[in-house]
Every structure is written in C-alpha cells, then in structure tokens.
Design a protein around this ligand. Structure first.
Ligand SMILES: [Zn+2]
Ligand SMILES: [Zn+2]
Length: 291
C-alpha cells in the first residue's frame, strides 16, 4: 500500500451542501430521534419486523443488485428479478444504480488513486463517509457509464430514482399507521425508515473504509483491499473484499462453503429455481471464470 503522504494530493473538491444536510438529518434522526421516541412511546413488534425486513431487502438490493449484478455482471437473471433488485437497492439511499455502479467500476479500475471515489489512501473517515460530502469531478465518466446506459432497466431506475426512494420511505410509515395510527406511523418510519437507512448506509461504508485499511490480503496485494469476516456479518458477505478485488466477477465474495456470504446464497438459490443463470466463479487455484 503506498504511503498516504507520497500518493495523495490535497483535496480541492467543492462541498456538496445538499448531501451534508440530508445525511446530517438522517444521523440526527437515528442517534437522537430514535431513542427519544423509544423513551416516550416505545416501538411495536411491527416496527421491529419492518426494520428487520427492510434491512435485509435493501441490503441485498445493494449487494446482489447494485454490486454483483449491475456493476460486475457476475450472473444474469430475468427482467423481473433485476427490476425487484433495482427497486430494493434504490430504497437504500445510495443513489441510482447507474451512479453507484459507475463509481464502483471506477473504484476497481483506479483503486487507491485520485479517481477512486472512496480512496482509502485519504484515511478512514474520508473513505467511510467523507467522500459523499464533496462533488465528484469524475461522476458519470463515459468510460464507466457507457455499458450501464445500454441497460433499459438501469436507465428506468435512474429516471425514477427519487419517486422509488420516497416509496421506500413511505412504506414503513403506511404499515405503522395501519397498525397503530399516527404514532404507529411515526415510530415505524423512525425505526424501519430512518434508523434502517442509517445502518445499511454505514454497513456499505464499512466495505470502503475497514475493508481497505484492516485485515488480511490472502488473494492479492496489488491494491489496499482486505478480507474481514467480521464486516461480512453485517454486509451480507461483502467483507471478503480482498478476494472480491482479486476476482471481481465471481458471484461469491466468500468462496468457501463456510464463508458467511448470504448474497451468494441468494444468487445460488435463485439459480436453483431458474431465476438466475450464468453464475461466474473461479475454480480454486485458477484465474479463469467458469459459469
Ligand atoms: Zn474495494
Ligand atoms: Zn466490486
């Protein structure tokens, strides 16, 4: 890993004030609003069930949908599966799949360099969350978006990203409201909307920060990527990040049967019912992909 002092230029990017305000509100809602509501009203089983359900649905929307399907084409699937994953990923407040995946493809192509959107050479906080508070001069670079723009479903999700996102935030409010009126709606929105969004965002951020700073490098030392089974526990298997950087198109991030990688289990399960095919994987000891 190159030393920070040698390889990182001073950051001259402009602040993205809209993103700063939005993420400050989410952080305040999660760290202050949630416990205050719990003190005065408490959360119902419906709130907790929606929280768990939406954590899993939106987390897998990012890992299976945005990451392994759209960014890396590690498997193929019917249009309805792709659409469902794109809607679920959109509810995670991590931008449209077009923007997310093009930045991620650039992360692999320019890892640890100036063009790396979440360059870990700038330290933990920049790679974890700081990068979203600045405008990205390389966003929508043709080299990384041209393939994605040819996918009509990706472009559909990009066009309707905001309404889809609002639908995902309205869902817990409506479910809570139907169960227990206005206070039920507010509680479910706080826990399964705001709190869940905060946690899924931070779990994704851990890949860019922790998995580029701490952990083993058993598969490649050509960049700063690391394996962390601990991070895999909260990111649906994405913590085996060194393996993933070595074999980007493999539908598995944890290749061993005992690796905790629910994303690969979902893709494998979908393939067993005919809802996914052409699963890319590397044979042990080889670098060539087989389907
Ligand atoms: Zn990485
Ligand atoms: Zn990747």
């Amino acid at each position: 890993m190159p030393s920070t002092a040698d390889s990182v230029k001073p950051l001259t990017r402009q602040c993205s004030y809209g993103t700063i305000i939005l993420f400050s509100l989410i952080t305040l809602g999660a760290l202050v609003g949630l416990p205050v509501f719990a003190y005065f009203h408490d959360y119902s089983w419906v709130d907790w069930a929606m929280f768990g359900l939406l954590y899993v649905v939106t987390g897998l929307g990012i890992t299976v949908g945005y990451h392994r399907l759209i960014a890396h084409r590690s498997f193929d699937c019917p249009r309805w599966v792709k659409a469902a994953l794109l809607i679920a990923g959109g509810w995670a407040l991590e931008n449209s799949a077009l923007k997310w995946a093009s930045a991620h493809i650039r992360h692999h192509a320019r890892c640890d360099e100036e063009e790396d959107p979440y360059n870990a050479q700038r330290g933990f906080w920049y790679s974890h969350v700081g990068w979203i508070f600045f405008t990205d001069p390389y966003a929508y670079d043709e080299r990384y978006t041209s393939r994605l723009r040819q996918d009509p479903l990706v472009m559909w999700q990009h066009r309707y990203y905001v309404p889809l996102l609002l639908l995902g935030l309205a869902l817990p409010f409506v479910v809570g409201f139907l169960y227990d009126g206005w206070m039920g709606g507010l509680g479910c929105f706080l826990l399964a909307g705001v709190g869940r969004t905060f946690l899924v965002l931070n779990s994704t951020f851990c890949i860019n920060s922790i998995c580029h700073l701490w952990g083993a490098q058993p598969h490649t030392a050509t960049d700063s990527s690391r394996d962390s089974w601990v991070v895999s526990l909260v990111t649906f298997g994405e913590g085996y990040h060194n393996y993933h950087h070595a074999h980007q198109r493999d539908y598995r991030n944890g290749p061993r049967w005992y690796n905790f990688d629910p994303s690969k289990w979902l893709i494998f399960g979908l393939s067993k019912i005919g809802a996914a095919w052409d699963l890319c994987r590397v044979q042990p000891g080889r670098t060539r992909f087989v389907s």
